[in-house]
Ligand binder design. Structure first.
Ligand code: ATP
Length: 907
């Protein structure tokens, strides 16, 4: 695939060319864009619009990296010692284990990376272009030279563009220039000799639109873009580790090193105080070192995480970085937007209120033919009602959305649903006029909460404004009366109307206009300050999502507070909140109140209120900070470009997949493919399940290592025969980690998981009760086995048979112990006993492997095992059962004594 160099020579000077020249040299059209067939041809010719990817490490390097590990070094030292001793079979097996281990690690890492990459693929960058005169959303990689790209706040610029339209367009170019202040964009041709950072008629790949809208012609794609030239990497490297994984691997290393010392000590003890053959003793010391290393643990933990991330993706929650899977499980507050996340974002205008008039609008949804505008049950003819007509013109002209029928004949909106609802009510009235020519626009922004357009109307210029009614009341000085005259604003009247509609949970939009002298080509916020005439008010319903109401109930049980943070009117927010189970319908805090608060007061307010209304994105950041100062683990949703700082700050920043801008997605830890609140709660549930399974796995695997180490140390201490050879120990560790341990990765969610309070995120995993449990189970298994070894020795059983029985005992005890570990504190005998098929599959596999090592002659030779008579199998089964029962009793006691006491304390 050749990447174009065709325009390389004049690449640097696009900013110095007039727009017409750019258009003609790229053979495009500023109002229609390219045709699809030209675009396809160009794509084929020049290849996709991609930045050079970071060079990946070769597979061989990645494979050998898995040998760079203290644990593997211990194994390799063991291999060297066995070679010196002439135990070549041992050497080969030890090296084989190291290789198998590296292979498992390598394969797993590859799988986890693939899983994350495929998830990233879902989040591919999109671009809006004009093709054949129509707006089209395409993958940014399909953008070609000459495409006309439409930019709006929150977009990532998909290619290098020469701008030819700019409505308050501001672009943040720090990715390219290091300058964090956004630069204002214009369209005039500038001198050739200007630095990159000052070329204000250009927009460059990977920079982000922070404000306004604009249009530009693609002048460079892929590696020919400015950022491509300086070879910046497109995507950050995915993190493949999490705090818990790091904690465990650190723990594993500490244990291994401690064991090395213990091994040396045990060797010295055996050498001076016991009558062992030096070679046997040395082998036992090696066995001890090998025993203590949980070889399979890291690989299994990453499998659990990878499976979890995939499960979340299936449930529409796309996790962008692995550590947040753990954080999700400890979330204690979810701050959610209202519109579209808690509500359906299916807007319908139900009321229109003008000076002295109240109209009802019939029908639900976006189909204009399904309703009309009525007063006292009579359809209104809009041509006879100048006030209503003016209002409808305001909301239609100052509007970016359109409605259309899809292939199935259903009416759908293109653009923002609030605006779509306004287009629908316009069409329901029967009006269908051509929109006047637009001169300039102030796009809607959650900070200002209004939108304004300047249009040519006959010979005049008129500015239409629509937005949050309280904002418009601040700007307006007049209102339109029934006779079409501008009279003084009756503030009291409008405030009453606003409160009445908002209390019904309706979203409100007010609209007005202002005559301006013709000749103006631009508008600014200051231009709205005087002489705005308020025309009317629309009340919009946006029904709550039923599944979100359900999810809010689940959160209440799970000790998670849900807070609604909305730009909507305070009464609307209270009413919807009450309907959904957030807040009491009485208490709410407004953005303006937050503004006056000190940080200390803010910390009180975040605990007191659940509804925050008329907020702007800056408030979200302060709310997150206050919640975190109060020790809460906070998830925060967002969609707009200004939400990005709050999402970055939150413990789990959640971006909307549909409504969200590229910038917000980039700042987030998780993206909701369906924008649905319910999905957040599902992800928290999955996060809790994953964390539990990680804990269960650690709890399950480490006692094997503990028991083996204790067994060998105790044998030397008491002068017994060596109950296991290093090879047998390696076999046990490998065989349990590739079979039974994996089963826990598939363990379903425990009953009551979402009835527990959130986990304390600061609490380290491997402390307190966990260490106790690991030591306790290790001692029980080792003690039982040691007793068995002594008993069989007394019976005169030969050493190879004793070792074979010992090996079976440890493996079978682990199998029984697996059932203990399916629930950390709860009983093994719950309704889920037969749910996880993986357990039964691995159990069969394990028996097959154990039978092989016991009965296959070549395995006997390698591992020094002995075929067992049937009667010998009773011992492992008895001991396994005993372990199972003892641990269940221990769990019962802990449940009764410790947990119930803790519950009383927290109650
Ligand atoms: P949430 O933060 O819960 O998603 P929201 O989407 O309602 O809330 P904003 O989008 O900031 O918050 O809207 C705040 C207010 O601005 C709305 O109540 C409405 O009055 C007004 N508004 C919303 N969309 C538009 C628009 N496209 N044009 C003009 N005004 C709008």
């Amino acid at each position: 695939m050749e990447n174009s160099n065709e325009h390389k020579d004049n690449n640097r000077s696009w900013h110095a060319k007039d727009v017409e020249d750019v258009i003609s040299s790229l053979k495009t059209d500023s109002s229609d864009g390219l045709s699809s067939s030209t675009a396809n041809k160009l794509l084929e010719k020049h290849g996709p619009n991609e930045l050079p990817q970071k060079k990946k490490q070769s597979d061989i390097v990645r494979f050998f990296k898995h040998f760079h590990d203290v644990l593997i070094y211990v194994l390799l030292v063991a291999a060297v010692i066995t070679t010196i001793l002439g135990h070549y079979t041992d050497t080969i097996v030890i090296i084989l284990v190291a290789i198998i281990n590296a292979t498992i690690g390598f394969v797993q890492e590859g799988k986890a990376e693939k899983a994350l990459e495929s998830i990233k693929g879902i989040l591919s960058l999109k671009a809006t272009v004009l093709r054949e005169g129509k707006r089209k959303e395409i993958d940014a990689t399909d953008v070609v030279l000459g495409d006309i790209v439409l930019l709006s706040a929150g977009d990532k610029v998909p290619a290098d563009l020469r701008l030819f339209e700019s409505d308050n367009l501001k672009i943040e170019e720090s990715a390219l220039t290091g300058e964090s202040e956004s630069s204002e964009k214009r369209t005039d041709t500038i001198e050739e000799d200007v630095d990159l950072g000052d070329r204000n008629n250009m927009a460059y790949t990977s920079t982000t639109v922070s404000n306004g809208t604009g249009k530009g012609i693609v002048v460079a794609v892929g590696r020919n873009t400015e950022i491509g030239k300086i070879n910046q990497m497109m995507s950050d490297v995915a993190q493949l580790t999490t705090p818990l994984l790091r904690q465990t691997s650190q723990f594993g290393k500490t244990v291994a090193l401690a064991t090395l010392f213990l091994a040396a000590g045990t060797f010295a003890f055996g050498f001076y105080f016991r009558d062992y053959d030096t070679e046997e003793l040395l082998l036992s010391a090696i066995g001890l070192a090998v025993a203590a290393i949980p070889e399979g643990l890291p690989a299994i933990l990453s499998i659990i995480l990878a499976i979890g991330v995939q499960n979340m993706a299936k449930r529409n929650a796309i996790v962008r970085n692995l550590p947040s899977v753990e954080t999700l499980g400890s979330v204690s507050v979810i701050c959610s937007d209202k519109t579209g996340t808690l509500t359906k974002n299916e807007m319908t205008v139900k009321d229109v209120i003008l000076h002295n008039q109240h109209y009802e609008v019939t029908g639900i949804g976006y189909a204009p033919e399904d309703g009309d505008i009525q007063q006292n049950d009579k359809t209104i003819d809009v041509q006879d009602d100048s006030g209503l007509k003016r209002f409808l013109q305001c909301i239609y002209v100052c509007n970016e959305a359109s409605i259309d029928k899809n292939k199935k004949g259903e009416w759908i909106i293109k653009g923002d649903p609030t605006e779509g609802a306004l287009v629908t009510v316009y069409k329901k009235s029967g009006l269908d006029e051509e929109k006047p020519k637009r001169i300039a626009t102030i796009p809607f922004d959650s900070d200002y909460k209004y939108m304004a357009t300047l249009v040519e109307e006959d010979t005049d210029a008129v500015m239409y404004v629509k937005g949050a009614p309280d904002r418009l009341l601040e700007l307006a000085t007049k209102q339109l009366n029934d006779d079409g005259e501008a009279v003084d604003l009756d503030l009291q009247y409008w405030k009453e109307q606003i409160t009445n509609l908002a209390k019904e949970g309706k979203r409100l939009i007010a609209a007005g206009y202002k005559q301006v002298p013709s000749g103006n080509s631009d508008i600014d916020h200051d231009d709205l300050e005087e002489d705005l005439i308020l025309v009317g008010l629309a009340g919009i319903i946006d029904p709550p999502r039923e599944e979100a109401i359900e999810a809010i109930k689940i959160c209440a049980d799970a000790g998670i507070r849900v807070k609604m943070i909305t730009g909507d009117h305070v009464d609307t927010a209270k009413a919807i909140g009450k309907e959904m189970g957030i807040g009491d319908g009485e208490k709410a805090c407004r953005g303006a109140d937050l503004e006056k608060m000190s940080d200390q007061e803010m910390r009180k307010a975040v605990l007191e209120y659940d509804i925050f209304a008329r907020t702007s994105p800056e408030h979200k950041l302060r709310l997150v900070e206050a919640l975190q100062a109060e020790g809460r683990i906070c998830a925060m949703t967002g969609d707009g470009v200004n939400d990005a700082p709050a999402l970055k700050k939150a413990d789990v920043g959640i971006a909307m997949g549909i409504k969200g801008t590229e910038v917000t997605k980039d700042a987030s830890e998780m993206v909701l493919a369906d924008d649905n609140f319910r999905t957040i709660v599902d992800a928290v549930e999955e996060g809790r399940r994953i964390y539990d399974n990680l804990k269960k796995t650690i709890l399950f695997i480490l006692p094997t290592n503990g028991a083996e180490s204790l067994l060998i140390m105790a044998s030397i201490l008491f002068g017994y025969i060596m109950p296991l050879t290093p090879l047998q120990i390696l076999w046990v560790n490998m065989v349990t980690s590739v079979t039974v341990s994996l089963a826990l990765a598939f363990e379903g969610i425990e009953e009551g998981t979402m009835k527990r309070k959130p986990r304390n995120a600061k609490e380290p995993l491997l402390s307190g009760y966990f260490i106790w449990r690991i030591v306790f189970v290790s001692v029980v298994i080792a003690g039982g086995t040691l007793y068995l070894v002594q008993y069989l020795t007394d019976q005169g059983v030969n050493n190879d048979t004793i070792r074979t029985v010992t090996m079976q005992t440890i493996v079978i005890s682990q199998l029984f112990h697996l059932f203990n570990c399916r629930s950390i504190h709860g009983t093994a005998f719950d309704s889920k006993f037969f749910t996880n098929n993986a357990i039964y599959i691995v159990a069969v596999l394990l028996f097959a492997l154990q039978a092989a090592i016991t009965y296959l002659p070549f395995m006997n030779r390698i591992f020094g095992t002995q075929p067992l008579e049937l009667s010998f199998w009773q011992y492992p089964v008895y001991l396994g059962l005993a372990v199972f029962i003892i641990v269940e009793i221990e769990k019962w006691i802990v449940r009764k004594l410790v947990l119930s006491k803790q519950e009383e304390e927290t109650a």
